[in-house]
Design a protein around this ligand. Structure first.
Ligand SMILES: [Zn+2]
Length: 315
């Protein structure tokens, strides 16, 4: 007989679903969470969304699945965090938690004594990224000023079996590319022995139900892989293309951004990918390709701030 689950002062009995707002200690902020505790024993899945608050297809995917999946159809448990950065969602800002200006994805496992970002990271990692969690799916997308193709980020390093399983799962996701790259919540999870990946779909502060449906199929496929819900894993067309190397290139200065490439464009080593100028047209920085490759993400807006992604590319 399956037992109750205890997370952050909440008890979720076997065969029930609880939707709750988890308080971030020392602040007024509450994080929306859904916990579905199945009837039978099985694996525990954690789905996070909205680490970056303008990445809407992932947030809406988590909102919809949290309502649709019923505990009688679950073996094990499923946790949805939707979204991780609700004050950013309200403020409609790219990348950051507005209270402290930090990128939530970069502060795991967090700190209970730190600023809001550190505390949210600590709440998520101490409750949901610990022993007993079998998979982390972190749903992202192109933020308000970002364009991107569809891809999965898989941490390059970490606990070996968790890294291998993450790669195996990425291979049946309905995305064009797999980017091997470290950092953030998924890197922390794989370091703890929890398989994890980031999924990227949708961009520029928009969303539609078709993108949400593609996301739901990918997430449900992962649940099927772990037999948390019944059914066979569906394989989509050709497997994603794996980038052996990948560069996420961030702006070294703020200014006006002029990109010189299109999404999914192939370019050659040394080709100009874009430049940053001041308001008088003086070039502040020029970005050249380090190798022959293809673009999977880029900054769309004219205004770019130091530290924002100019171009993501791989080969
Ligand atoms: Zn993101």
């Amino acid at each position: 007989m399956k037992t109750s689950l205890n997370y952050a002062n909440y008890e979720v009995k076997s065969g029930t679903k609880e939707q709750m707002m988890i308080s971030i200690e020392g602040t007024d902020v509450k994080i929306p969470v859904t916990i579905i505790n199945g009837i039978d024993d099985g694996k525990t899945m954690v789905v996070t969304s909205g680490v970056h608050s303008g990445e809407y297809p992932g947030i809406e995917c988590a909102i919809q699945l949290a309502q649709e999946i019923q505990p009688e159809n679950v073996k094990g448990a499923i946790v949805f965090v939707h979204p991780c950065n609700p004050t950013g969602f309200e403020a409609q800002v790219s990348y950051i938690v507005p209270e402290d200006g930090k990128n939530l994805g970069r502060f795991f496992p967090g700190n209970p004594e730190g600023t809001l970002t550190d505390r949210i990271c600590h709440m998520i990692s101490s409750n949901f990224l610990k022993e007993g969690t079998d998979m982390l799916i972190d749903l992202h997308g192109g933020d308000l000023h970002e364009r991107l193709s569809t891809f999965a980020f898989v941490p390059k390093t970490g606990e070996e079996n968790a890294q291998k399983t993450s790669m195996e799962i990425a291979s049946f996701m309905n995305v064009k590319y797999i980017v091997m790259s470290g950092g953030g919540m998924t890197q922390y999870a794989v370091g703890q022995g929890i398989p994890a990946l980031v999924l990227e779909r949708g961009d520029r502060g928009s969303w539609n139900q078709q993108e949400v449906d593609f996301y739901k199929k990918d997430v449900l496929n992962i649940f099927k892989y772990f037999q948390v819900i019944d059914g066979k894993v569906n394989y989509f067309g050709p497997a994603p293309y794996v980038f052996e190397k990948c560069d996420m290139v961030y702006a070294p200065v703020s200014g006006c951004w002029y990109r010189a490439i299109e999404l999914e464009e192939h370019f050659v080593e040394g080709q100009k990918l874009g430049e940053i100028k001041d308001f008088h047209g003086n070039v502040l920085h020029t970005l050249y390709a380090n190798y022959d490759g293809v673009v999977h993400a880029y900054w769309e807006a004219l205004s770019i701030k130091e530290g924002q992604l100019m171009v993501g590319y791989g080969a």
